[in-house]
Design a protein around this ligand. Structure first.
Ligand code: SF4
Ligand code: SF4
Length: 356
């Protein structure tokens, strides 16, 4: 009898092979950690082993020259072990404290910024943007660069009440949007349909099924099979655009940015919470996005002044309440800031059945 064939695994490789030996040895056996200075972590294991981590910000879409430079620093000055964090920071792990300062000096000389630990503003995370994805309404990495240029002092210091995670997302429906503050695209007009292309480019039942409010119907237009949108129902989410590019929703004037605040995945200190919309209709204004940056800075200033030590943004808002959040940040409260949309249960397409 032949041996059983082993499955070919194509998932993430086993992380242990890339771990620093001190981390491998002490896996799950850590005692405590300290942050001796911004950008440096010291982890102490129960065995007494110590490992130092130096963290620096990078751009998520790394060019080859920067990547080679970062590797060279790790090989020459570190122990040859690095990892990238979710927010595109690089971390160098070393077992010897004497190696910490030379790595910091080399990173700073090469133009990288050391920081992003503990109660700082970490690098904004972002989705793919114009470089990789086919449906974005803005360039997420451009927003990140423009904002981080203005928030860089908070990356390099430990001055916030707790860590702040900010995200940007270049469409309204797919990846992105997880953080204390989320900057997302907001479409404000229904899609414009190019009826000449629908029959050839779109699988119509799939497109009809994608709409969360059942606003799309099959239709014949000028003798050709196409689709039509009930604009009174449409919530301008953009979910029909990916399966049917002739339903163009991106618009230079009507696709804006919106800012959502107070989301929390973790249940470490308080319950997980959803984001809430706090600013809408912000111009999607490349290359520096000054209006969106101004709103983010307004929120951060109020949080920094008002939150108690170790309160995340959602903890702070839970304590003071949403009316005071708007008062403190100076953001206008409009009819769009509805707490929870109670109509959702009756009209959102919550099952696989299509309702008309
Ligand atoms: S957020 Fe949307 S547009 Fe941006 S990369 Fe993800 S799927 Fe693409
Ligand atoms: S999928 Fe979204 S944008 Fe498209 S018609 Fe439905 S509600 Fe409107």
């Amino acid at each position: 009898m032949s041996e059983l064939r082993h499955p070919i695994e194509s998932g993430a490789p086993d992380g242990f092979q890339y771990m620093h030996p001190v981390m491998r040895r002490n896996y799950g056996l850590w005692d405590h950690h300290e942050t001796p200075r911004p950008g440096v972590l010291k982890h102490v294991a129960k065995s007494g082993d110590v490992i130092w981590t130096v963290k620096a910000g990078t751009q998520r879409i790394l060019d080859l020259f920067s990547l080679r430079k970062l590797n060279e620093i790790g090989k020459q000055l570190g122990d040859g072990y690095v990892r990238f964090t979710l927010r595109s920071n690089i971390e160098y792990m070393v077992a010897d404290e004497a190696k910490v300062q030379p790595i910091i000096d080399a990173l700073e000389t090469a133009g990288f910024v050391v920081g992003g630990t503990a109660n700082s503003i970490s690098t904004l995370s972002h989705t793919q943007g114009w470089l990789h994805c086919d449906i974005p309404g803005t360039d997420a990495s451009g927003v990140v660069k423009a904002m981080m240029d203005e928030l860089i002092d908070e990356f390099k210091s430990h001055n916030m009440p707790n860590r702040v995670h900010i995200t940007t997302s270049c469409c309204q429906i797919n990846c992105g949007g997880q953080g204390d503050i989320a900057i997302n695209v907001q479409h404000t007009k229904p899609p414009k349909i190019n009826h000449d292309l629908v029959a050839n480019a779109c699988e119509r039942p799939t497109v009809v099924a994608r709409c969360p409010v059942a606003a799309i119907r099959p239709a014949m237009v000028d003798g050709k099979p196409s689709l039509e949108v009930d604009e009174k129902k449409c919530i301008c989410c953009g979910a029909c655009f990916p399966p049917c590019p002739p339903m163009q929703i991106n618009d230079a004037e009507h696709s804006n940015l919106a800012i959502w605040v107070g989301g929390n995945h973790s249940n470490a200190r308080s319950k997980p919470s959803f984001q809430k919309l706090v600013a809408a209709g912000i111009p999607n204004n490349p290359p520096r996005w000054p209006e969106a940056t101004a709103v983010v800075k307004q929120i951060l200033k109020a949080y920094k002044e008002g939150a108690k030590d170790w309160e995340r943004i959602n903890d702070w808002i839970d304590r003071i309440g949403w009316p005071r959040f708007f008062e403190k940040t100076g953001l206008p409260f409009t009819k769009y800031h509805v707490d929870n949309w109670r109509g959702a249960r009756a009209s959102l397409n919550a099952s696989t059945h299509i309702r008309f």
